[in-house]
Design a binder for this molecule. Structure first.
Ligand code: RBF
Length: 338
């Protein structure tokens, strides 16, 4: 009798507790639009998968659009609805905005991938080692600019096209690219052009044509959907493109896109959102900022695609050697934050 009573009490306690913790409601705030930006496609996919594995959890995706001046107001309105326990987003400009919103809505928690902000008890951030990611495609650009790819003469020139200046581009992606380029083609010249937005493929094409006319053998666009304009310019000029964030570049233009440095953003977002939902608002992950890279499995070079496998064996061996050096720790490109 006593045992039955105890188990009855613990059962009802358990059901009371499960009622006490409401099913989590997650909002994914996309700072831009999803379509055309692999980094945001992965953000949504990862968060959806995590929410689908937490019983009762719901998820809403909100596109913030390209007007960055509106983002703070939009995030603030989402928090003000009182509907969401966790707001998930991605890019280095977002933590600052969320910190401001968190001041007014202390019950809301934030997870922001691809960014860095330590010390805010409402916010968890994870930054990718984009010195490594930039290095990988920079090295590939150097193989092109030194004439080691079929059909490519040595010009010792390469280009970067970026939508706008921002900290992880200026401090990690560009310096990483430059270092990789220098390793494969010592003394090669690098020119950077700034587009001014994340969507204008026509203007990106014009900037790319300018860089190709200057002599760039290969260009890396960091420009979201506008990057496709760089691919079309390269295709008509018979030059090369490097791709960032996922391996879709290989399929966009086989033979033109010669290397993709990928982020496992879908995996990262899935893991972190799942952990944060399971641990709840008191999770000790809040307040922390973490850096992940090649050795953790979140930054990589996609080397299995037929487009890449069709490149000269000697060039691939040189490239694969760099990936192996980063994986083994023989080459270390440390990032401590932004
Ligand atoms: N990357 C995209 O692919 N698409 C975008 O629309 C986009 N918008 C951004 C807006 C801001 C204000 C900042 C700081 C970055 C943005 N990024 C965007 C870049 C993204 O965070 C990341 O650096 C790149 O995808 C390279 O990994």
């Amino acid at each position: 009798m006593h045992r039955i009573a105890t188990s009855f009490i613990s059962l009802s306690l358990a059901s009371m507790l499960s009622f006490a913790a409401p099913a989590p409601k997650v909002c994914v705030f996309v700072p831009g639009v999803v379509s055309g930006s692999p980094v945001y496609e992965q953000l949504v996919a990862g968060a959806r998968r995590a929410a689908s594995e937490i019983p009762g959890a719901t998820l809403k995706v909100v596109e913030g659009g390209f007007n960055q001046a509106e983002w703070l107001g939009k995030i603030s309105s989402l928090a003000a609805t009182g509907e969401f326990s966790l707001i998930v987003s991605s890019n280095p400009a977002i933590p600052e905005l969320c910190a401001e919103v968190a001041g007014s809505f202390p019950e809301v928690r934030f997870f922001i991938a691809d960014s860095w902000l330590p010390g805010n008890k409402s916010i968890h951030t994870v930054l990718y080692n984009q010195l490594e990611q930039g290095y990988l495609v920079g090295f590939m650009a150097g193989l092109a600019s030194s004439g080691r790819l079929a059909g490519g003469a040595a010009s010792h020139k390469a280009g970067l096209i970026v939508a706008q200046h921002y900290p992880s581009f200026d401090k990690l992606i560009a310096p990483g690219f430059e270092r990789g380029l220098e390793a494969a083609d010592p003394g090669a010249a690098l020119e950077t052009r700034v587009l001014g937005n994340w969507y204008d493929a026509t203007k990106a094409s014009e900037l790319a044509n300018g860089l190709f006319d200057w002599g760039a053998a290969a260009i890396l666009p960091i420009a979201g959907g506008a990057g496709q304009g760089v691919v079309s310019a390269a295709t008509s000029k018979g030059r090369f493109v490097l791709w960032f964030d996922d391996d879709s570049g290989y399929r966009l233009a086989p033979g033109t896109v010669i290397g993709c440095a990928v982020l496992r953003q879908d995996k990262l977002v899935y893991e972190r959102v799942k952990a944060l939902l399971a641990q709840g608002p008191a999770s000790t992950l809040y307040g922390s900022a973490v850096v992940v890279g090649v050795r953790d499995g979140y930054v990589d070079f996609a080397s299995g695609d037929p487009s890449y496998l069709g490149l000269p064996a000697a060039a691939r061996a040189a490239m694969d050697g760099q990936v192996a050096r980063l994986k083994s720790g023989a080459l270390v490109l440390p990032v401590a934050g932004l």
